[in-house]
Design a protein around this ligand. Structure first.
Ligand SMILES: Nc1nc2c(c(=O)[nH]1)N[C@H]1C(S)=C(S)[C@@H](COP(=O)(O)O)O[C@H]1N2
Ligand SMILES: [Mo]
Length: 175
């Protein structure tokens, strides 16, 4: 019991200490994201170990949402819901300061250095404005940034709003 209390206290403390949490809102479990389905995202850490995720598997890491202007959608504001990228990386044993190689279904590829945006919550969106994302509308997984709340250089980060994201590889020497 004491150990339980201690870990609860530590959990609470680390939750309070988490920076930038006002940039997103936790979301209850979503009925559209609980049914079993295909693998939508593969994550590979620097050791070469692969982790595969269905939508439900990603949702189980904890859902959050934010609203943000979207540079891929004429800077219109949209709401995005999904797990935090940080939670997915933690699950795959990837450092929060890694460099990531991102690959999309349309063969688009780009690298993203996380060290400069360590405290910025990035959402791997599975839903937008209440709708499940599919390949025809940026899905199944869309990497989204809180442009509404943090000043991020569009010349660097617009290219990291990867839609149809299906693979994340940790690049060596990223941290
Ligand atoms: N899947 C996928 N995501 C992508 C791209 C792409 O071609 N395919 N282009 C990237 C780039 S270079 C930018 S600047 C933004 C916005 O792209 P757009 O100007 O073509 O809308 O989306 C990023 N995400
Ligand atoms: Mo771009």
């Amino acid at each position: 019991m004491r150990r339980l209390l201690l870990s609860l206290t530590l959990l609470t403390l680390s939750a309070c200490a988490r920076p930038a949490s006002s940039l997103y809102t936790p979301v209850e479990a979503d009925p559209q994201l609980v049914t079993p389905g295909p693998v939508v995202l593969t994550v590979v850490n620097a050791a070469g170990k692969e982790f595969t995720f269905t939508r439900a598997g990603l949702a189980a890491l904890g859902l959050v949402r934010f609203s943000t202007p979207d540079p891929s959608r004429k800077n219109e504001a949209h709401e995005y819901t999904g797990p935090l990228l940080s939670a997915v990386l933690r699950e795959a044993g990837i450092a929060q300061t890694a460099t990531l190689h991102l690959v999309a279904l349309d063969k688009y590829k780009t690298d993203l250095k996380l060290a400069p945006i360590r405290d910025v919550p990035v959402i791997l969106a599975l839903k937008s404005d209440g709708q499940l994302l599919e390949p025809r509308n940026f899905g199944p997984v869309y990497m989204t940034f809180p442009y509404g709340g943090v000043k991020l250089d569009p010349n660097i980060y617009n290219a990291a709003w990867v839609w149809q994201l299906y693979r994340i590889e940790e690049r060596p020497g990223g941290a």
